[in-house]
Each structure stands twice: as C-alpha cells, then as structure tokens.
Design a protein around this ligand. Sequence first.
Ligand code: FUB
Length: 318
Amino acid sequence: MDKVFNFILFFLFTCSSLVAQQDSLYGFKANGNPIITHKFTPDPAAFVEGDTLWLFTGHDEGKKNSSLVMKNWLVFSTTDLVNWTEYPVPLKVSDFSWDKTGRAYAAQAIKRNGKYYWYISTDGSGIGVAVSEYPQGPYADAIGKPLLTPDDCFASDHYWSCIDPSLIIDDDGQAWIFWGNGECYYARLKENMVEIEGPVKQLKIDGADYTEAPWIHKYNGKYYLSFAEGYPERTAYAIADRIEGPYVYKGILNEIPGNADTNHQAIVEFKNEWYFIYHNGGQQPNGSLSTRSTCIDRLYYAEDGTIRKVLMTSDGVQ
Ligand code: FUB
C-alpha cells in the first residue's frame, strides 16, 4: 500500500513539475532591435543546434545609470529570429559557492559529447563552468571551484581581469578558451571541458586597443577574434591562420552601440547567413551602463575574407 501511495505521490510531483516548467516558458515576438524588451539582456552569446539558435545572455537589473546589478543568466531559443521562447532562469551567480562578488558577468555556452557547458564569469572571483543535459538547463556548477582565477591572468593586476570567456572546438576536436579584461588570454581545455590543459598564454594583437569581450569563431579556415576595444567600447577584430596567431588587426567592426558604454558581441552562422549579436542601451533614454539589451543585425564578409562594418539597425533581422 505504501508503495502505491509513494508511486502516486511521485507521479503527481513529476506531473506538477513538468506543468510548472511548461507554464514558465515565455513566448514573444521580436519587433526589431532590441529583440527582447521585457528584461534587460546584456552580453549575448549564442550557438546553433539543428534549426534552433540558442541565445544566452546576462541580466541587467540595475536602475538606469546605476552600477551593475546582475544576479543570473538567461536562455532563449528561436528557429526564425522573430518568434522566441524564454526558459525559466537556468543559472544564478549564487549557484557558484566560490563566488564572492554576486555579479553575473559575461558567459558563453557550448556543446560537447552530448552535454552543454556554460562558461560564466563573475566580477572578480574568476571564470566557472556549469553543465546541463539540455541547452535550456537547469545548469549546475560542474567542478565546485573556479576554472580560472585572476591569478591565471599573469599580466594583469586588476581584480576584474578574469572575465568574458569565449569557447571554440576546433575541427581537430581541440577545445580552446579565450578570455580577459585589459589583456587577452587563452588556453586549451581537456576533452572533459572542465579542466585547463597546458599553460595559460597571453594573446597580443599589434595595433589593437583590446579591452574585453573576446569572441573566437572560424570562417573559411581562418580564425577570427573579435573583441571590445577602447572605452566607450567599439568592437574590433583580427584574423589569423592559426588559432594561436599571429592575429592581424583588421580595425573596427562595430561602432559604439547606442546608449551603452560597453559592447559585447557574438558572431554565428544560422541557416546559411551570418549574424552579429550585441547589446545596446536602446530601451531607455539617458544613458546606460546597466540597462542593456540584446540586438541582432546581419554580418557580411567581403571577398577577401575581411568583415564589412556592421550596420546597426532598429529594424533588426526578419
Ligand atoms: O556585463 C558585465 C561586463 O560588462 C561584461 O562581462 C563585459 O563584457 C561588459 O559587457
């Protein structure tokens, strides 16, 4: 009798959890840029799986012009860049017991061996990695400690040097992580995606005024490293034949986004077109460090492999 009772309880609990999760999905349509208007969504990152683009963002909760209040990260998906689904909050900075800052800085997720690894940064405690069976989460801290800390940023002496991870799995299966504020660093990851392999190295790009937000991607066999440059930030980029460089500086890719001092980009191919995903302060007048929103515009390569400057639009992509 007890067993039947327990089974019924378990069944009811499972059904109510599924209904609760389903209930908390939120569907919305993008109407130009910014694409999300019910929340502030800075620091976008994205990957494509099948016919779905998965968008991972931070979450600004500050008042305009206040300092950054960022407690969690968010996940959205779309199959057409117009109709979007938001999932229940999949990861909070408080899920990382080692974090002392309470600030959920920029992050990027990537899939390997059937699991999803979400590399997050905090405002001073370092870079961590969370793992999930599903792109939408829920995610949990994979190692219970930071993957990288400011101590790994050997050429920097400011506390927020260890932020903004960007990941790539190269065609030979080697995973790499790039990151850094003020200086850009990179390292190999082991196949398990939760340990650094070999030394941390510094990446220098002649002619660049590197600030933060590296994004590494590959196009036609070449490596493209885009990053926030100067302050207020533009996005610049450099190209290399090998992942470790040398990278040749190619100049500005995107101008200062409206009403935001930071610029943070993701570059992805989706359904045979390339997209530039970034944030601006377009949802609030009078300036904003802390009310940033994700935008998407098209990205075009020239025949010589350079990238045309991004045209930021309020129409966005259809
Ligand atoms: O959003 C917090 C920080 O501001 C990010 O980590 C940087 O890239 C900049 O956007």
